[in-house]
Design a protein around this ligand. Structure first.
Ligand code: F6P
Length: 500
C-alpha cells in the first residue's frame, strides 16, 4: 500500500523550485506557518499542492489522525513493548490519570528543588548531572541554550564512559558544594552507573563523609535506585510510559529546572503544550510537524536522499543537531514495520548538521556542488543572545538566508567547476527569540514530526532494540575476554590487553 503511494508520488511532475515560485505569487505565504512565536518556511522545498494532496491521502491510509489521538489519549502506541508514549502528558495533554501523575511527580521535583535552595544540603553551587542518551542530551541542550546569561547552579553533564569526561567535569567543582544527579530511566545503564560510582569516589576523596546523601536519582525505576543505595526522599521518579529520548520534560529535566528556575521550566512545558495543541488540531496541510514529515518523506522516498542536514545559525542552539540525531535516528531508524513486516523502502534518513556560519566554511561545499542531494534545515532567531555590536547578529542572519537562497537559485557557469546547479531544497525555521517557551515548542515540533514520519512510514518510533546487541557483546567481552568472537574482534581485544 505504502509502496504504491511512493510510486504515485514519484510519478508526479517535478517542477524546479524556480518554477514553483514563478507559478505561484503567493508561495511564501502559502507554505509558511507561524505559530508559538516560530515561523516555519517550507516554500523552498519541492512540496506543492499535488504532493500535499497525495501525502494527505497517505496520512488517511496510514491512519495518522487516529494514531495522533491514540498518542494523546495514552493508548499503547508503543506496540512492540505494549505501552503508551506519554511525554505530552508532562505538558498537560493526555489521559486524566497520566496528566495527574505527571503533575504530582513534578510537584515532588519542585519540593526537592525548594529544599535544596533552602539549604537542606548545605550551600550548593554545582550540579553534576550523570546520564547518557535521552537522559543527558535534553538537559545539556536546554542549559547550553538558556543558561548563558547566568544560572542558579553551575551544571555539568557527564555522559561518556571515558573517564576523561568525568575528570574534566569535576576539575573546578567543590565536592562539598556539589549535588550529583544520576539520570537513568532504567537505572541499569553501564556508563551511568560507573560514572556515578566515580563521582561518589571523587566526593569521598574530597573528604565528603556521606556522598550518597548528596546523590539524587532521576528514574522510572525507583526500586532500582533504592537498591543502589539512594534514599527514597531523593528519588525523583517519572512514568515508565515516558520514553528516554522524550524525557526532558519530566524529572530528567531536573538540572534545567534547578539552574534556570521553576518559572523557566513551566514556560518550557507551556511552549511545548502550544505545539501539542497545534499538532493535535490543525489540518494536515496547515500542520507544521506534519508538513515537515511530508518534506522528509518526499526527499527520502522520491529523491533518494539518505541524509538531511540541520544547521543552527545560533550558538545557543549548537547542540540541537546532537539532540535531533537521537530523537530521529533512534526513533525511526528501523527495518521493520510496526506490524512486524520487513520495511521495503528507506526508513529515516541520517540526521546530521552543525552550526552556522562555521559549517559554511567546512561542509557547505558539498551541499552546493556535491553529487548528493541533501535537504537542509536552517534554524535561526530574530533576536540575538548577546549585546555585542548588532553587526554580529545581522551578519549571522544574512548568511543564513543567503545560504538558503544560494542552494535554491544556483549559478550557471560554462566552467563546470564554478557551476552551481541550484534547485537544492531547504526549510527555514525562524524563532522570535530563544526562550524556554519557544525552545519547548521547537522541541515538541521535532517530537511530533518524528511521530508523523513514523506513522506514515508504518514503523514504531518508541522502541530501540537495535542498541541492545552491542551492549550484549560488550558484556560478553568484559566477562569472557577475547575468546569466542570473530578473529578481528578477538585480535583487537587481545592487542588492547582486555579481559585477560
Ligand atoms: O541504549 C539506548 C538508550 O536506551 C536510550 O534510548 C536512552 O536514552 C539511553 O540508552 C539511556 O538509557 P537510561 O536512561 O535507561 O540510562
Amino acid at each position: 500500500m505504502v509502496e504504491e503511494f511512493w510510486g504515485k508520488l514519484a510519478a508526479l511532475p517535478k517542477p524546479t523550485l524556480a518554477e514553483l515560485f514563478a507559478n505561484d505569487a503567493e508561495r511564501v505565504s502559502a507554505y509558511t506557518l507561524s505559530l508559538a512565536d516560530i515561523r516555519f518556511d517550507f516554500s523552498k522545498t519541492h512540496l506543492d499542492s499535488k504532493a500535499i494532496a497525495l501525502f494527505s491521502g497517505l496520512a488517511e491510509t496510514q491512519g495518522l489522525a487516529a494514531a495522533r489521538e491514540a498518542l494523546f489519549s495514552g493508548a499503547a502506541v508503543n506496540t512492540t513493548e505494549g505501552r503508551a508514549a506519554e511525554h505530552a502528558a508532562e505538558r498537560g495533554s493526555g489521559s486524566a490519570d497520566a496528566v495527574g501523575q505527571a503533575k504530582a511527580l513534578q510537584a515532588r521535583m519542585r519540593g526537592l528543588l525548594d529544599a535544596i535552595e533552602a539549604g537542606a544540603f548545605g550551600e550548593i553551587k554545582h550540579i553534576l548531572h550523570i546520564g547518557i542518551g535521552g537522559s543527558a542530551l535534553g538537559p545539556k541542550l536546554l542549559i547550553d541554550a538558556l543558561g548563558r546569561d547566568g544560572s542558579l547552579y553551575d551544571v555539568k553533564v557527564v555522559s561518556n564512559i571515558d573517564g576523561a569526561a568525568m575528570a574534566e567535569a569535576v576539575k573546578h567543582m567543590d565536592p562539598y558544594a556539589t549535588l550529583i544527579a544520576v539520570a537513568s530511566k532504567t537505572f541499569t545503564t553501564t556508563e551511568t552507573l560507573l560514572n556515578a560510582e566515580s563521582a561518589l569516589q571523587w566526593m569521598r576523596d574530597g573528604g565528603v563523609d556521606d556522598p550518597h546523601g548528596r546523590l539524587i536519582a532521576l528514574t522510572a525505576k525507583p526500586e532500582k535506585a533504592l537498591e543502589w543505595g539512594v534514599d527514597e526522599s531523593r528519588i525523583l521518579p517519572f512514568a515508565e510510559s515516558v520514553g528516554g529520548r522524550y524525557s526532558l520534560w519530566c524529572s530528567i529535566g531536573f538540572p534545567f529546572a534547578a539552574a534556570l528556575g521553576w518559572a523557566a521550566y513551566e514556560e518550557l512545558l507551556e511552549g511545548a503544550a502550544a505545539m501539542d495543541r497545534h499538532f493535535r488540531t490543525a489540518p494536515f496541510a496547515e500542520n507544521a510537524p506534519v508538513l515537515a514529515a511530508f518534506t522528509d518523506l518526499y526527499y527520502a522516498q522520491t529523491r533518494e536522499c539518505q541524509t538531511r542536514a540541520v544547521f543552527a545559525y545560533d550558538e545557543r542552539m549548537r547542540l540541537l543537531p546532537d539532540y535531533l540525531q537521537q530523537l530521529e535516528m533512534e526513533s525511526n531508524g528501523k527495518s521493520v514495520t510496526a506490524d512486524g513486516k520487513p520495511l521495503t523502502y528507506p526508513s529515516a534518513p541520517v540526521t546530521w548538521g552543525g552550526v552556522g556560519t562555521d559549517a559554511q566554511h567546512a561542509v557547505f561545499q558539498l551541499l552546493h556542488q556535491g553529487t548528493h542531494l541533501i535537504p537542509v534545515e536552517f534554524i535561526a532567531s530574530i533576536l540575538p543572545g548577546h549585546d555585542l555590536d548588532p553587526a554580529h547578529h545581522e551578519t549571522l542572519l544574512v548568511n543564513c538566508f543567503a545560504q538558503g537562497a544560494a542552494l535554491m537559485q544556483g549559478k550557471k557557469s560554462d566552467d563546470l567547476a564554478r557551476n552551481y546547479a541550484g534547485d537544492r531544497p531547504s526549510t527555514t525555521i525562524l524563532l522570535d527569540d530563544v526562550t524556554p517557551a519557544i525552545l519547548g515548542a521547537l522541541i515538541a515540533f521535532y517530537e511530533h514530526r518524528t511521530f508523523a514520519n513514523a506513522v506514515l512510514l508504518g514503523v514504531n518510533p518508541y522502541d530501540q532494540f537495535g542498541v541492545e546487541l552491542g551492549k550484549e557483546i560488550a558484556k560478553g567481552i568484559a566477562d569472557n575476554g577475547p575468546e569466542g568472537f570473530d578473529p578481528s574482534t578477538s585480535a583487537l581485544i587481545a592487542a588492547a590487553g582486555l579481559g585477560l
